[in-house]
Design a binder for this molecule. Structure first.
Ligand code: 3PG
Length: 394
């Protein structure tokens, strides 16, 4: 795909779709990674004298104006990150007032439009809205990797009305994740955790095909044990996926892959920060009826850390346990530490795994932390992302 580097931007009105959908608590941004990661693109455009028109979604306001979901906090933070450079904020997405604001922009100015999802046409990919957005600019740059799996007016529709290229963050994400998917350094280890089998089914399937080691943890692993006739007590279970997980184990075996499930599990009968925990040898002991599995055990941590150590590429998606609660966090921490210590290239799929790495203070030790949760998952499933597909080819 063409990138912003392949086109002339000087003096142009450039519509840049970013993903400023950041976590906010009590009126403050708690993690500004997504804003920080778009700085290279924004600076690139500013330095070359483009008029930078930014647009993003925030939350899921469903086509209505929700005051708390305005992008004012993002505009302020962006300005701070740019050393105090003014970032104008529009209170609308389209319309006369926005047009007037844009007409008044000088080369190198930045304007952030209002939350695209306040408009009912955004998520419907309404062609009228896509056209109206395109009319604001001369060039479209998509830097919102985190929203690239959505075919919305500002991520997909607009690209059909303007020259459309990727931003530098989008380009970097596609390069790193694309290499993992298509041309990985080996041994390639995929770590897949998280709570639900149904959310990870496609990525597990794909990873069995392309990775050398597939290591499983988190709430989704109990369905694998249940399917093999092991008692799992009150652990998470996805009844409808019992056959599917057995199929995965069979497929991995046929392809000669190193497919690993936890050998020991931390269990508890109380879901709290003061909970007492025990460790069970899962295949031999199972989990008692009044207990639930909550984390991978110490033996498993050692085995997994060893595999990670001996890899050349590691892609991690999903925690090993309920890492937000201290007594249940050790497995996820061990994986994060193994990823930090290995000489392998480490890719952290966004969402929960990124949050875990951040929580354990190991963010700087990873090679790539994706800004996409759903988007990086769909990408690693081998799916085409509509926001990427709509961009111009080189
Ligand atoms: C994300 O946080 O994964 C992206 O910003 C997409 O948000 P969405 O799931 O509401 O489309």
């Amino acid at each position: 795909k063409k990138s912003v580097r392949d086109v002339d931007v000087a003096g142009k009105r450039v519509f840049v779709r970013v993903d400023f959908n950041v976590p906010v608590e009590n009126g403050a941004i708690t993690d500004d990674t997504r804003i920080v990661e778009t700085l290279p693109t924004i600076k690139y455009l500013v330095e070359r004298g483009a008029k930078v028109i930014l647009a993003s979604h925030m939350g899921r306001p469903k086509g209505q104006v929700v005051e708390e979901l305005r992008l004012n906090l993002q505009a302020k933070r962006l300005s701070e990150l740019l050393g105090g450079k003014p970032v104008a904020k529009a209170d609308e997405l389209i319309g006369e007032s926005v047009k007037a604001q844009i007409a008044g922009m000088k080369d190198g100015d930045i304007l952030l439009l209002e939350n695209v999802r306040f408009h009912p046409g955004e998520e419907k990919n309404d062609p009228e809205l896509a056209k109206a957005l395109a009319e604001l600019a001369d060039l479209y740059v998509n830097d919102a990797f985190g929203a690239a799996h959505r075919a919305h007016a500002s991520t997909e529709g607009i690209a059909h009305h303007l020259p459309a290229v990727s931003g530098l963050l989008m380009e970097k994400e596609l390069e790193v994740l694309g290499k993992a998917l298509n041309n990985p350094d080996r041994p390639f280890t995929a770590i897949i955790g998280g709570s639900k089998v149904k959310d990870k089914i496609d990525v597990i399937n794909k990873m069995i095909e392309i990775a050398d080691n597939i290591i499983i943890g988190g709430g989704l692993s109990y369905t694998f044990f249940k399917a093999q006739g092991v008692e799992i007590g009150k652990s998470l279970l996805d009844e409808s996926k019992l056959d599917a997980v057995l199929g995965f184990m069979q497929k991995a075996k046929e392809l000669g892959k190193n497919f690993r499930l936890p050998v020991d599990i931390v269990i508890t009968d109380e879901f709290s920060a003061n909970a007492k925990t025990k460790v069970v040898d899962i295949m031999n002991e199972g989990i008692p009826a009044d207990h639930e599995g909550i984390d991978i055990g110490p033996k498993t941590r050692e085995i997994y850390a060893d595999i990670i150590k001996n890899s050349k590429l590691v892609v991690w998606n999903g925690p090993m346990g309920v890492f937000e609660i201290e007594p249940f966090s050790h497995g996820t921490r061990a994986i994060a530490e193994a990823c930090a210590a290995t000489s392998a290239y480490t890719v952290i799929g966004g969402g929960d795994s990124a949050a875990a790495v951040e929580k354990f203070g190991l963010k700087d030790k990873m090679d790539h932390i994706s800004t996409g949760g759903g988007a990086s998952l769909e990408f690693m499933e081998g799916k085409k992302l509509p926001g990427v597909e709509a961009l111009n080819d080189k």
